[in-house]
Design a protein around this ligand. Sequence first.
Ligand SMILES: [Zn+2]
Length: 344
Amino acid sequence: MIQILVSENSMHMHVSREHHPENPERIVRVISALKRHGIRYELHDAGGMDIGEALSIARRIHSRGYIDKILMLSKKAPLNIDQDTYLSSDTLTLALETLYTSYLMALNLGRDIVFYIARPPGHHAGYRGKTRRAYTQGFCIFNNAVAAVHGLIDRGFKNIGVLDFDAHYGNGSMELLYTSRILQVDLHQDTRSLPVFPWNPSEIGAGDGYGYKIGIPLEPGTGDDSFVQVLGIVKRIIEKYNPEALVVSAGFDGFIGDGLTDLVLTEYSYYRIGYMIQSLGTPVIIVLEGGYSRGLDKGLIAFIHGLTGARVAYEPGRSLQGGIARINLARANKIISRVEKYIV
Ligand SMILES: [Zn+2]
């Protein structure tokens, strides 16, 4: 069963003074699209949230210094904490709500697929906020996907997988789980062409996590045919690891014309990701990362169609991909061949 929960507060809280792509309209847009397609969802209101409990989850993930900084800066809001990331007077409340709800949903996860549609996003938020070498926190305050991982750990799961298909590299999630034996697979536009959150292919984890951290860079201009080819490799590696549960960082900014990246994916790719995820047959918790315009109307809906396992006839976009597909496939195979022996 698929449960779709939309955060009510995300539709009006955490607002930038100037125009910003990460804004409440994103969630309003998602709701309109869900309605248009007749997809059932529930509005989630975290009224009565225990702030102390929520902060204790944030403290398990982020450094004391960073949490103290956010608490202190929140009193002075509105302000920007870096060139991309803003705090308004109610950001702390919403960011804690999204973090804590991600945790609780994972903690209470049954055999279902739960998609929690909320903001702000989280996968760029590392231990001290901004990760090593990154230029910004990329609109993120607390790491919601990692909160969900903690929920699954507390639920008693040992083999936990994380899949991040936002078009930006999920550097915060990677940093936070770098030494744990949690399989992380991150599909993203090559950080040499999208350099805000750099990634180095030699970084495959450390300690217990060695070999379990997989970044797969995609060339700018990557479209459906190449993406789906790489997705086949991703499926194989996740199946080998055989997770008891999966956390998904779902970003739709690789959709053609969404605005912030150079991937040119269409509904077809997002449908296929959703379909692949449900085909694993594991419990899944999905949190929203990026997606700023068309990705939210079109990519997100196709993704949900895929999650239902229904056969929907999306057609792949026009193939322009010969050279790009070869580069993507060769890189993905090289990276997987390096880590495959460690993954059991
Ligand atoms: Zn993104």
